[in-house]
Design a protein around this ligand. Structure first.
Ligand code: NAI
Ligand code: MG
Length: 327
């Protein structure tokens, strides 16, 4: 069986790390892929006026899964609609420390399960009058239930003990009140243990004692920020993969953006993107192959070669080829 994968490199280092992940997938002999490339981001907007051309939407909608690199300034015009195209309701962001790497917190193994459709990312903003602008934060019981169910299932299936529900219901009483009560009801229905945490204090606890957390279920913006914070604990954005999961389709992308400060130099760390490809393999049912890719990346992270963000002097291609050698 051949799996059709939409490949959307986007801008900046997306153009460097996405081909690296494709090269790794091509090296897996037990799975057949057909890659269909689509354009998105700043460059295609400059050319055509549209950051996410209709053709690219169709490529993603028709594929079995999508690999997306990163967009630049047009990120919101690309990734938000793309997540919509694949019907994604859950954003899964694992933040793990790896042996041999100089991490701020070497005992970190946390998976953020971030609500991916609403919260403050609905784009419902307006200017009331000059100097006064508003944003509407939307929380629904349905999306809160979906993300909580996904989070508790994920914890169970992946052998994680602790689930923490992050919220700020003491201040956002209506919206996070609904998020919290819905997520707690899901836990109680399942007889699952859980903790709750105010998201601001949680940020501090994550920095000081990340080893106390396993799976964190959170509203959209909190999940975005807390996962980037956790990237800093384990060695930087070059290491964090993510999955956008829908009922029938899914998109895999590194947590990082287009990194204009290092783009074009061939030194971007491909690990986050290759680990995203490992999540894609698992999503398609190839658990063993996904595991092999992750183990190969871990082994290269430990023994080198490493890119400059991790203190090394190797380029993207040398690291990618080392991962393929390990495979
Ligand atoms: P960024 O993630 O692109 O970069 C932040 C820092 O991390 C930079 O110093 C960068 O060099 C470093 N970094 C990121 N990925 C790396 C990698 N693979 N290897 C080595 N170093 C890496 O975030 P920033 O600078 O805030 O945003 C840059 C652009 O990316 C902006 O235009 C923003 O809109 C866009 N962006 C796009 C996203 C997406 O497409 N999903 C997500 C976040 C930002
Ligand atoms: Mg982000």
């Amino acid at each position: 069986m051949t799996h059709e994968i939409a490949v959307i490199p986007g801008d900046g280092i997306g153009q460097e790390v996405t081909p690296a992940a494709v090269k790794v997938l091509e090296a897996i002999e037990t799975v057949d892929f057909e890659f269909v490339e689509g354009e998105a981001g700043d460059a295609v907007k400059d050319e055509t006026g549209e950051a996410l051309p209709q053709e690219t939407r169709e490529i993603a909608a028709d594929a079995d899964a999508t690999l997306f690199g990163a967009a630049g300034e047009t990120a919101a015009d690309v990734i938000l609609p793309l997540r919509d195209v694949v019907g994604s309701f859950a954003n899964v962001r694992p933040a793990r420390s790896y042996p041999g790497l100089d991490a701020v917190q070497p005992d970190t193994d946390i998976v953020f399960i971030r609500e991916n459709t609403e919260g403050v990312y609905t784009g419902i903003e307006s200017e009331i009058t000059e100097g006064v602008r508003t944003l509407t934060r939307v929380i629904t019981a349905e999306a809160s239930r979906d993300i909580a169910e996904y989070g508790f299932d994920y914890a169970k299936q992946n052998g994680y003990e602790d689930v923490t529900i992050a919220h700020k219901a003491n201040v956002m009483r209506q919206t996070d009140g609904l998020f919290l009560e819905t997520a707690e009801a899901v836990a109680e229905d399942r007889g699952a243990d859980y903790d709750t945490a105010l998201m601001d204090a949680l940020a501090m606890h994550l920095v000081m004692t990340p080893e106390e957390y396993d799976v964190i279920v959170c509203p959209n913006l909190a999940g975005d920020m807390l996962s980037d914070l956790s990237a800093g604990l384990v060695g930087g954005l070059g290491l964090l993969p993510s999955a956008n999961i829908g009922e029938e389709n899914a998109l895999f992308e590194p947590v990082h953006g287009s990194a204009p400060d290092i783009a074009g130099k061939g030194v971007a760390n491909p690990s986050a993107m290759i680990l995203s490809a490992a999540m894609l393999l698992e999503h398609l049912g190839y658990d063993e192959e996904g595991d092999q890719v992750r183990t190969a990346v871990e082994s290269v992270l430990e023994s080198g070669p490493r890119t400059p963000d991790l203190g090394g002097d190797a380029g993207t291609t040398a690291v990618t080829d080392a991962v393929i050698d390990e495979l």
